[in-house]
Design a protein around this ligand. Structure first.
Ligand code: HEC
Length: 93
């Protein structure tokens, strides 16, 4: 019985130590953007535009709050950064 108990404690520790690591795994911003922003309209609805960081922030916030895009604040920040860096007004891409 004692061994079984010890095993269960061990497994519980294992699970709690492994899962937070999965949660913190770095998500590729491009993958996140395409997965979250390519559902209602194509992702190129965004990538065909160039906006300043503030404008991207406003757009992403609007998609999130008004259009109910399924993203949290953290994801909104990652997507805003990604769009600002790759589809910024100054970017010549
Ligand atoms: C729940 C559906 C939905 C999701 C998810 C969604 N959008 Fe939209 N989006 C819309 C609708 C509807 C419009 C057209 C009406 C409007 O502009 O608000 C739109 C329009 C746009 C436009 C063109 C208008 C503008 O302001 O330039 C951009 C850019 C855009 N979305 C970017 C995004 C980004 C980035 C994401 C991911 C964070 C996203 N969308 C996720 C529904 C969605």
């Amino acid at each position: 019985m004692k061994t079984l108990f010890a095993c269960m404690i061990g497994i519980a520790f294992l699970i709690t130590s492994v899962f937070p690591a999965i949660g913190q795994e770095k998500v590729d911003p491009k993958v996140l953007f395409e997965a979250k922003c390519g559902t209602c309209h194509k992702a190129d609805r965004a990538t065909s535009k160039k906006k300043a960081p503030k404008e991207w922030q406003a757009t992403v916030t609007r998609m999130k709050d008004v259009r109910k895009a399924p993203i949290n604040d953290e994801e909104a920040a990652v997507i805003t950064n990604y769009l600002s860096e790759n589809y910024g007004k100054e970017a010549k891409k």
